[in-house]
Design a protein around this ligand. Structure first.
Ligand SMILES: Cc1cc2nc3c(=O)[nH]c(=O)nc-3n(C[C@H](O)[C@H](O)[C@H](O)COP(=O)(O)OP(=O)(O)OC[C@H]3O[C@@H](n4cnc5c(N)ncnc54)[C@H](O)[C@@H]3O)c2cc1C
Length: 470
């Protein structure tokens, strides 16, 4: 009887899972495994919020597999050793997985593929996570893109919607005896800081599908204008589901295509698909410039005089007590829910890297630990873009003014009031700059700003000019 192992990684779903589908077609029995080997992703082993998500997503996937006659066997790494044991235990002739694109994982997977093939196994990998893999788009000169618009024009022209591969109805499972319990992976926090997460998220494929349904039913038509408004819930909040592969971009693309019955629906869908394009672009950049989680993509920025690391200011930024309401609202939303609205991510990142002139890597690390959607490609690109040293970056002189950003994108202060309850009763005219009324600060206990926005902006621009002019 022919047996295969399907190695789940960040493709924690049954629908539109090409590795699972191919294994089921070619083999009579399959063993579904997840190998826990965070050290193999060093220095980017998953952070605390991601671990929380992973625990619940693994439990959800196991439940789905069991309903079809299978099960998810959890194994401890190292990955190659765990795979070899599993192969011996179930007599597998083949191993299947879906590809990931982070530098450390690419190197590991290539080595595993070589070794298993040398042992005579059939090893197959597939694309489940991207609309277009990093090598499928090249500039006219045959190199990687560094600018989003031509990248997206190229990729978009290649995209053809196709119906997702259905989830299997039944799985004939090859059982492995060596499984570990999810609790023993110790992914959940010891201190209960995750209380707010449960109210917002449902990790797993069912949660991803219900998020997508809600978005398509209620939000996509207003997405174009609403996506910049943190006071509204107009974005999809699919990012953690996409990161863990509980839903794939091809499934989303197909569902959007299915509802595009008229021009308005087509245009609304296209705006959303273009945002997915930024995710594709981030993966393209990380693949072709694997040093970027540590180094500036634009080497001219290497001379930039960052301020000395200021532990106290960084802590106040992390805790949401900078005295700048929209920054504090964002940082508290992040801490409570593991997620932050994209517009606010840009504002808090600009504040850290420009007003406080702290290195973007400090912010990227904090996000890495606290975001449920922490993703090496997207996070690196987001921080480098905002700091001004990345591809297609916001020019350095574009320092987000958190007051005008707040007034524009949170005009009634609804978002600030939700996350900074001290300011709940502040008048709308002061909600984004309460320091203009000292009695308001005294009455609410809300702190004065840790920096003067205008002076720190000027200082950042002067530092930039100095580094640029040598
Ligand atoms: C400093 C900074 C750090 C970031 N870190 C991450 C991160 O670690 N993980 C992450 O998934 N996103 C990151 N982003 C991108 C973006 O903020 C989130 O993807 C988005 O807020 C997720 O919410 P959503 O699913 O409701 O987005 P929607 O607006 O509904 O967009 C749909 C999907 O498109 C993708 N997407 C949208 N905008 C971007 C973007 N600018 N770059 C890349 N992909 C995008 C995401 O997968 C998202 O789920 C970061 C942005 C910044 C400025």
């Amino acid at each position: 009887m022919s047996t295969a192992i399907v190695c789940f990684r960040r493709d924690l779903r049954l629908e539109d899972n090409p590795a699972l589908d191919a294994a089921l077609r070619a083999h009579e029995r399959i063993a579904c495994v997840y190998i826990h080997a965070p050290e193999e992703q060093a220095p980017w082993a998953p952070g605390a919020a991601s671990r929380w998500w992973l625990h619940h997503s693994l439990v959800a996937l196991d439940g789905q597999l069991r309903r079809r006659g299978g099960a998810l066997t959890l194994l401890r790494g190292p990955t190659l050793a765990a795979l070899k044991c599993a192969i011996d235990a179930c007599g597998a002739q083949a191993v299947y997985w879906n590809r990931l694109y982070e530098p450390a994982i690419l190197a590991r997977d290539a080595a595993i593929k070589r070794e298993l093939r040398d042992r005579g196994l059939d090893v197959r990998s597939f694309n489940a996570n991207l609309l277009c893999e990093p090598c499928q788009a090249q500039t006219g000169q045959g190199g990687p893109y560094k600018v989003f618009t031509p990248f997206w024009r190229n990729v978009r022209a290649q995209l053809v919607p196709s119906p997702p591969i259905p989830a299997p109805a039944r799985i004939d499972a090859a059982r492995l005896e060596t499984a570990v319990a999810p609790e023993s992976l110790r992914l959940l926090p010891r201190l209960p800081w995750d209380a707010g997460f449960h109210a917002v998220w449902q990790p797993g494929e069912a949660g991803a599908q219900s998020r997508l349904r809600r978005f398509l039913d209620d939000c996509i038509d207003s997405y174009r204008t609403g996506r910049d408004r943190p006071d509204r819930d107009d974005t999809s909040m699919l990012s953690p589901h996409l990161h863990f592969g509980e839903i794939g971009p091809r499934q989303i693309f197909w569902r959007i295509h299915e509802r595009a019955h008229d021009t308005a629906a087509r245009e609304a869908g296209e705006h959303y698909v273009r945002e997915l394009g930024w995710r594709e672009f981030s993966h393209h950049l990380l693949y072709h410039f694997p040093q970027t989680p540590q180094s500036n993509l634009n080497p001219q920025f290497d001379r930039f005089p960052w301020a000395p690391e200021n532990g106290q200011a960084i802590r106040r930024w992390q805790r949401g007590s900078t005295g700048i309401p929209i920054v504090d609202a964002g940082m508290r939303q992040l801490w409570s829910t593991g997620w932050m609205h994209n517009r606010v991510r840009m504002i808090v990142a600009s504040f850290l890297t420009k007003n406080l002139r702290q290195h973007w890597r400090i912010g990227a690390r904090w996000f890495w630990d606290t975001l449920v959607d922490a993703d090496l490609a997207n996070n690196t690109q987001g921080w480098q873009w905002t700091a001004g040293c990345g591809a297609d970056a916001a020019p350095y002189f574009r320092v987000f003014n958190p007051v005008t950003q707040g007034e524009r994108f949170d005009p009634d202060g609804t978002y600030v009031r939700r996350w900074v309850p001290e300011l709940r009763s502040a008048p709308a005219a002061l909600i984004q700059q309460p320091w203009r009324d000292e009695s308001l600060l005294r009455a609410t206990g809300y702190p004065a700003p840790i920096v003067d926005l205008r002076q720190s902006r000027e200082a950042a621009l002067a530092a930039y000019r100095k580094s640029r002019d040598g």
